[in-house]
Design a protein around this ligand. Structure first.
Ligand SMILES: O=C(O)CCC(=O)C(=O)O
Length: 429
């Protein structure tokens, strides 16, 4: 058994491993003992205990724990006062991310992006990750870091504005295109209000586009904030860059299934349904009146593939076979996960894995999920695989079988989105 000394803050329910972090004065020391595989220090206490991979040796760590004196052993500590805690915390998260990525594979996809070398090895890694986790990180994706930083910067500026200003692009003005801003608590991912606000975007289609003229739900022009003029170009450039990554990844997924490289493109993604969201998760400590501190409740994604950029705050959690694990930020990577439609197509062998978000930072958290999904009108059919269907309906968060679904991706998507924004339901259906 390995003993690890950690610090627990009664204020924000975070556990920090002392070797990686400098505790602020109010933190109280605890000792954690590794029982199973050591996963991640930086979980919230509740998650750690739920996982039962770690047990608390010292009892009584409730809100009333008195602050601990500074630790005696200088070997494990650097000067606390000389460093800014917030900056230090980001460093801690990075280090922790590197330590804990063993749960979720990191795959370098540069050969898929360049298309020049043998892609079978990368495809095989993607296939393993999809079967074992339904989640993987990608690096070597080629998306301009400067563009990503600009996106983050304009998003911070947008969310820092007052509610009235943000509501100038409110979703109620987006009509059937389902675009625009929604305030904290307006989205009910798993039946309860999420502790997040956000902006919905999608492929930019003008009013005279045939699909828009035909009134196809979720298609149309985006709403951009007029007081941040560069926002539009940055978001549109980002969607172009991510669409390219999406095409390369689904080619890799085709190969991983032993199919021709263009299998998904030919049937579903030549003209993919692109949705893109920017989320801002306030710190729960700044919203003490809210019932839950879940930024996004447990859910699976609806389509084929999600490619997520997250800032350095942490908070994304994935439900693996051994319980909830963190998917912490890794610099210049994206987190990918597969959605219900790929689960359905592969007879449940590529998992659409539940995940959720809990922002434990003392500041807001930004994330940028990009959804690369089948064409709205494409009928989703199972791939001929000589394996028995693996239906996990009983374990799923919504107790619904993706394998019983028949219809187009649009049918599936509308059945889902109408539940998450009940007030706007009438706009799209
Ligand atoms: O914000 C995140 O990290 C994840 C968001 C998410 O789960 C989703 O959009 O489906």
């Amino acid at each position: 058994m390995l003993e690890i000394e950690c610090y627990y803050s009664p204020n924000d329910l975070n556990i920090w491993e002392c070797e990686f972090n400098i505790p602020p004065r109010e933190m109280a020391p605890i000792i954690l003992v590794q029982k199973g595989s050591w996963s991640h220090c930086g979980f919230c206490l509740e998650t750690v205990l739920a996982e039962q991979s770690i047990s608390l040796l010292r009892e009584g760590l409730q809100e009333s724990v008195p602050p601990a004196p500074a630790p005696a052993s200088p070997r494990r500590w650097r000067s606390a006062q000389s460093l800014d805690f917030t900056r230090n915390r980001s460093l801690a998260m990075t280090k922790t991310a590197q330590e804990s990525h063993s749960h979720i594979p990191i795959i370098n996809i540069s050969t898929l992006i360049s298309g020049t070398e043998d892609r079978q090895d990368v495809a095989a890694s993607i296939g393993r990750a999809c079967r074992d986790y339904g989640f993987f990180y990608i690096v070597g994706h080629g998306v301009d870091e400067h563009l990503q930083r600009r996106l983050e910067e304009v998003s911070q500026r947008f969310f820092a504005q007052d509610l009235e200003t943000k509501l100038q692009i409110g979703m109620s003005r987006g009509g059937r295109a389902w675009r625009g801003y929604f305030p904290v608590g307006a989205e009910l991912t798993s039946g309860k209000p999420d502790l997040k606000e956000g902006v919905y975007f999608g492929a930019e289609l003008t009013d005279d586009h045939p699909l828009v003229r035909a009134g196809t739900p979720l298609h149309g022009p985006n709403l951009f904030p007029s007081n941040i003029p560069e926002f539009r170009e940055i978001v549109l450039d980002y969607m172009v860059a991510m669409t390219k990554v999406g095409h390369c990844l689904v080619a890799g997924i085709s190969l991983s299934l032993g199919l021709e490289e263009s299998y998904f493109a030919d049937r579903y993604t030549l003209d993919p349904l692109i949705l893109f969201r920017i989320f801002n998760y306030p710190s729960p400590s700044l919203n003490p009146e809210t019932e839950s501190n879940l930024g996004v409740g447990e859910h699976t994604d609806y389509g084929l593939l999600t490619i997520l950029r997250q800032d350095m705050s942490g908070g994304l959690q994935v439900k693996t076979k051994s319980g909830w694990v963190a998917a912490p930020p890794i610099p210049n990577s994206f987190v990918c996960n597969i959605g219900d439609m790929l689960d359905r197509m592969t007879g449940g062998h590529y998992l659409s894995t539940p995940h959720r978000v809990r922002n434990l930072a003392r500041h807001n958290r930004l994330s940028f999920p990009f959804f690369f999904d089948p064409n709205f009108n494409a009928e989703v059919r199972p791939i001929e695989i000589n394996e028995k269907v693996n239906d996990n309906k009983e374990e799923r968060w919504d107790r619904a079988s993706v394998h019983e679904f028949r219809g187009t991706y649009g049918d599936y998507l509308l059945s889902k989105v109408s539940k998450v924004f009940p007030e706007l339901r009438g706009n799209v259906l």
